[in-house]
Design a protein around this ligand. Structure first.
Ligand code: L34
Length: 262
């Protein structure tokens, strides 16, 4: 960052949080801490739970026009707000989540500025671990716009053979059993059991489920899966911190892109 700053690049990020969802509060705090740690200027906009759609869109419009590099509106939003309209309102060149349809479309054709943070973090973990994706059977469990769908696309770009499973999949266990690389992103505590993991498989757990007793668990039954896996990510301390690292990367990228335009 010091090198960038001597070149006049000072990345900045606006984080919007609406309401008082405790999990969102933790994630946003972690994002702010990461900004501080690497030297990104962050601004938090904590809006009350009864904020109107119009008020939220007005704030985004102001930030679009300001000199801030990145804008992130933490999801989920309270149910009276229209998430799609909010995502659409963020200027694509400031959309460090890569949720805007323009950025989603760019990812689809493999020509993008930003990757969504969680799938990008997963790709980074796989690559940094020296694991090749080329020709591998990749099974993604979950088809959300935020994780499952873009995750599948990135694995495809990396030459994996990709299968996407969801709630209507006929035989989840048998499909997962074929996988060399498993990415679980459904939000069901320990849905993926040890018997579904092929010997030597790579297991990435995107799940972030808080049990009634307060314990945080993933979508994979870790203790059983680690017996079979050649590599596995824990929850917490796995994909979550990588998501935040990729947000930092996207914010620096946004700043560099804005710098070039000056
Ligand atoms: N707009 N909304 C927007 N962008 C995002 O990228 C997110 N996401 C998801 C939820 N909503 C979003 C996140 O930030 C999930 N997510 C996220 C970020 C960080 C962590 C988890 C989820 C994280 O820091 N996890 C810690 C544990 C935190 C805890 O104790 O609860 C970990 O070690 O996994």
């Amino acid at each position: 960052m010091a090198v960038l700053q001597t070149k006049g690049v000072h990345p900045s990020l606006a984080v919007i949080i609406v309401g008082d969802d405790p999990a969102s509060r933790i994630y946003v705090n972690n994002k702010k801490k990461a900004c501080e740690y690497i030297g990104i200027r962050s601004e938090e906009y904590a809006l009350p739970g009864n904020t109107t759609q119009e008020e939220l869109l007005t704030l985004i419009e102001t930030l679009n026009e300001s000199n801030i590099d990145g804008i992130l509106c933490q999801l989920p939003l309270p149910s009276h707000l229209d998430e799609k309209a909010v995502i659409n309102a963020i200027r694509p060149d400031k959309d460090v989540d890569a949720f805007h349809p323009v950025n989603v479309g760019k990812i689809m054709i493999g020509d993008y500025d930003f990757l969504p943070c969680t799938p990008a973090g997963v790709m980074e973990l796989i690559k940094e671990s020296g694991i090749s994706i080329v020709g591998k059977e990749c099974v993604v469990i979950g088809r959300s716009n935020i994780v499952g769908k873009p995750m599948s696309m990135l694995l495809l770009h990396a030459h994996g053979t990709v299968t996407i499973c969801h709630s209507k999949t006929r035989d989840l266990a048998e499909t997962v059993r074929q996988a060399d690389i498993v990415v679980a992103a459904v939000g069901v505590p320990e849905l993926i059991t040890g018997d579904m993991i092929k010997e030597g498989a790579v297991v990435i757990d995107v799940g972030m489920n808080r049990l009634p007793n307060g314990k945080l668990v993933g979508d994979v039954a870790f203790d059983a899966a680690i017996e079979k896996a050649s590599a596995i990510t824990p929850v917490p301390g796995g994909v979550g911190p990588m998501t935040i690292a990729m947000l930092m990367k996207n914010t620096v990228k946004a700043s560099l892109l804005h710098q070039e335009l000056k």
